[in-house]
Design a protein around this ligand. Structure first.
Ligand SMILES: *Cc1c(COP(=O)(O)O)cnc(C)c1O
Length: 398
């Protein structure tokens, strides 16, 4: 019977489970990678330089540096703006592990900031309260692809004399009040991880309008050795190099960049699909008691990386965890983004933070449930997600 949840012994809505994410890899992507494999040049080279130029143009930012993860891009950005031992860096508690760990790589101190009252993004007021003379930088995260108020954060950073870094892992593309990701901050980090809006399997890109930041990051991303070290096995290059600093091994391969270029070519199509699916979810869920649809902002260009629906436990007989389990039994795989950093044992131990310290983040997290949202979903897949969520809300409403 349809009014019994599959988790309680009813018939599941879908027999073949719908995966949480499947990347859109088509024949042109496979051909691009194959061509690189046959070319005789696998690691960082001309294809990577082309990928950087294409992303720089797409984002309207003068400098782009391809690296092997979004985390690497964040690390290089912080290093290049001069974050070092003992400096404080403001960052949201509502984010993924990467945003916090890069601060520790540099022996700097993460200072966690709460969310807005009604959205997942960082509260500017709370950031302002946590500013000290030791604050060196602030990292903002455009959660789910909804950009933070970039002009407001840029003004705050300038006033405070600190650097503004964007964790733009969810934002390809992204803009707020016409200010694009990477255009008015000191640097922005994109991610091309397998689940992100475009993927290279693993990969990332540092965007910056600052020539000095771009130059420092380019040197540090390949062992701290002098410029264009990758050319040393080409005709133009030479075997001679100089180590300028103790750098990192963060360069992106041409194999990955070939995939990035073919993915970028279809990013407008993919964004169109993501937005259309998000609009269908909003239409289905926005007036349903027990659910809260994700925030929108008319001034923001949303990339719809994630659709984070909130389950309101005071209006339902089950909480988010049980709801997700029930959804899985119906054949729909959801996920949760993110467990706030201050609720993890490492941060509790190292920063002395605890549950209760960031009430907005905790409230958002309690109900947060990410639904499948990717261009490869069919219209029927989207209908199944909607039907399963509505079925469960009907069963579990108080
Ligand atoms: C995915 C992600 C990253 C890091 O990306 P990688 O490419 O996997 O290193 C950083 N921040 C956030 C918020 C992310 O979701």
């Amino acid at each position: 019977m349809t009014n019994v949840a599959a988790v309680d012994g009813g018939r599941p809505l879908r027999l073949t489970p719908l995966r949480f994410h499947i990347p859109l890899i088509e024949d042109d992507d496979v051909a691009a990678v194959s061509e690189t494999l046959r070319s005789g040049w696998l690691t960082t080279g001309e294809t990577t330089r082309k990928f950087e130029a294409a992303i720089a143009e797409f984002c309207g930012v003068p400098h782009a540096l391809a690296v092997n993860s979004g985390t690497a891009a964040l690390h290089l950005a912080l290093e290049a703006v001069g974050v070092g031992s003992g400096d404080e860096v403001l960052l949201p508690t509502y984010t993924f592990a990467a945003t916090g760990e890069v601060v520790s790589y540099l022996n700097a101190i993460p200072v966690l900031v709460d969310c807005d009252g009604d959205g997942f993004n960082m509260s500017l007021e709370d950031a302002r309260r946590r500013l000290t003379p030791r604050t060196k930088a602030i990292i903002i995260v455009h959660i789910a692809g909804l950009p933070c108020d970039l002009p407001a954060f840029a003004a705050f950073a300038q006033e405070a004399g600190i650097s503004l870094i964007e964790d733009a892992a969810h934002s390809l593309p992204g803009a707020y009040d016409g200010a694009g990701v990477g255009q008015i901050s000191d640097a922005a980090a994109l991610s091309f991880y397998a689940t992100k809006n475009i993927t290279t399997g693993e990969g990332g890109m540092l965007l910056t309008r600052r020539k000095d930041v771009a130059e420092r990051a380019r040197i540090m991303c390949l062992h701290g050795i002098s410029k264009d070290a990758w050319k040393r096995y080409t005709q133009e290059g030479s075997w001679r190099y100089d180590i300028l600093s103790a750098g990192f091994k963060y360069n992106l391969t041409d194999i990955a960049s070939a995939l990035g270029l073919s993915q970028l070519a279809k990013s407008a199509h993919m964004l169109g699909r993501r937005s259309a699916i998000a609009a269908r979810y909003d239409a289905a869920f926005s007036s349903i008691r027990g659910l809260m649809v994700p925030p929108r902002d008319t001034r923001a260009l949303h990339s719809w990386h994630l659709y984070i629906l909130r389950v309101l436990e005071d209006q339902l007989t089950v909480g988010r965890d049980r709801f997700l389990e029930a959804l899985k039994a119906e054949g729909i795989l959801g996920s949760v983004h993110f467990i706030p950093l201050h609720m993890h044992s490492h941060y509790m131990k190292s920063l002395g933070v605890k549950e209760g310290d960031f009430p907005n983040a905790e409230r958002h997290f309690r109900g947060a449930m990410s639904l499948p949202l990717y261009p490869k979903m069919s219209d029927t897949d989207v209908s199944d997600v909607i039907a399963a969520v509505l079925k469960l809300v009907d069963i579990y409403r108080r």
